[in-house]
Design a protein around this ligand. Sequence first.
Ligand code: NDP
Length: 278
Amino acid sequence: MTKHYQVVGNPIAQSKSPFIHAEFAKQTQQVISYQRACPEVDGFAIEAQRFFGSGGLGMNVTAPFKLDAYNFADSLTPRATLAGAVNTLALQDDGSILGDNTDGYGLVTDITQQLGWTLKGKNILVLGAGGAVRGVLQLLLEQRPAQLVLANRTLAKAEALASVFTHLGPLEVVEFAALPAFPAGHFDLIINATSASLAGDLPPLPEALIAPETHCYDMTYGAQPTVFLRWAESLGAGVRADGLGMLVGQAAESFRLWHGVMPEVKPVMAALRQHLKA
Ligand code: NDP
């Protein structure tokens, strides 16, 4: 019997989740339907009630609804509780809805397992303090970096976000204007989690951030390298990756939550890369 899932966001036409989950389902012989839904920005709860009321089993949630999904869930995993945001809803046997956040899992497994980069003991700079960063800070800090610096255009937003996570590790917050004060090449890893990439923009970053061994990761992904990754390359950063692996990784963890089986991400990453280029 077909099992029903969907991804909800506004806008949603760009979402690759239906493609990814169809690939996972093929790989694990699940018979699923996975659709897109795009309610009005104040219409998440009505859509979620409709979906689960009509037999839906699981839902992925993207911008701007991750807080709505957090509020909609009857119970939360510890990582969703700390993140204050939910990207996965799952119907439970007792009819209740569980909320989880798999973004941090997706990012950290992509970096440590797919890319083979080390986080432990490293100096990490995260650019941005939006919903995506909220979902990944716990898992990044659990990798025990030497330092995690959060830089955001709006300082107050980064400070409010960091206050939730400071007990987990060495987390500090700065404005972009303070970045030149760090020694050249200080950061081992820079993660761009701003949405500037979507608009083809680059946050105001000093060139001295980049050394040949600086690892550069952009959560945004596309057929072409992002502005941030092209900027890093132009300054000689030898190790770079976009967020396609994070996307597939967070989807895999949602899939595991719903179906009890962890799909293989590598072949799906390759298929999605081809799909983006087509
Ligand atoms: P939000 O809208 O919640 O946050 C956006 C962030 O970007 C804020 O910190 C904002 O700063 C900053 N920002 C936006 N424009 C600029 C700019 N021109 N210069 C500097 N900073 C800027 O978005 P999300 O956190 O949900 O998503 C961020 C990015 O990560 C998006 O591109 C999204 O596609 C990607 N993403 C990728 C995922 C994946 O699986 N690969 C998963 C989730 C997100 P301020 O606070 O000052 O407004």
